[in-house]
Design a protein. Structure first.
Length: 176
């Protein structure tokens, strides 16, 4: 029973919670990022160098058989199409969360107007400021006034009818 409970509880260390082996965990959590990136870059360079040396057809002959402008144009067109596709996709994901259905937008607008009306009635103003910073400032000023009024009321003394003494409501200390 305790073994089953022990399996369901999370481990106390990152090594116990991670499903990775020790080398991967060290590489991801503790290794110097610059050294890892440099080693990865050197490794890719060495692999490309070895493949280039083992290639039966030398690189200048391979590149000489194709038009470099055509190759450059093909790469640029591919990059532009891929980039535009990614940007449009990400924008659609972000905007779909913000825009939503028309009914949802109407409900959000009504809720915002109801909130502003509630704040206006609390602040005793006819119209609340339109600018968000000014609206927030007016709300803070109203809250500051309410806090000052509450502090004044809390500091007010009440007459104790039984003993005829005055006492403050905060400290409950009595004086004559």
């Amino acid at each position: 029973m305790s073994d089953q409970r022990r399996r369901s509880e999370p481990a106390d260390t990152m090594r116990g919670r991670a499903s990775e082996n020790g080398v991967t965990l060290w590489l991801l959590m503790e290794a110097n990022r610059w050294v890892v990136a440099g080693l990865l870059l050197v490794g890719i360079f060495v692999v490309l160098l070895v493949v280039g040396m083992l290639d039966p057809e030398p690189l200048p002959i391979t590149q000489g058989s194709k038009d470099p402008v055509e190759t450059l144009f093909q790469g640029m067109v591919t990059a532009i199409i891929t980039g535009v596709t990614l940007v449009v996709t990400i924008n659609q994901l972000v905007l779909s969360q913000e825009l939503g259905a028309v009914g949802d937008q109407r409900n959000r607008m009504e809720d915002a107007l109801d909130f502003r009306n509630d704040v206006e009635s609390h602040m005793d103003e006819d119209v609340s400021p339109v600018d968000p910073a000014s609206f927030f400032r007016a709300l803070l000023d109203s809250m500051r006034d309410d806090a000052a009024a509450l502090s004044t009321a809390a500091d007010a003394r009440v007459h104790d009818e039984q003993g005829g003494r005055w006492r403050t409501s905060r400290t409950n200390s009595s004086s004559t």
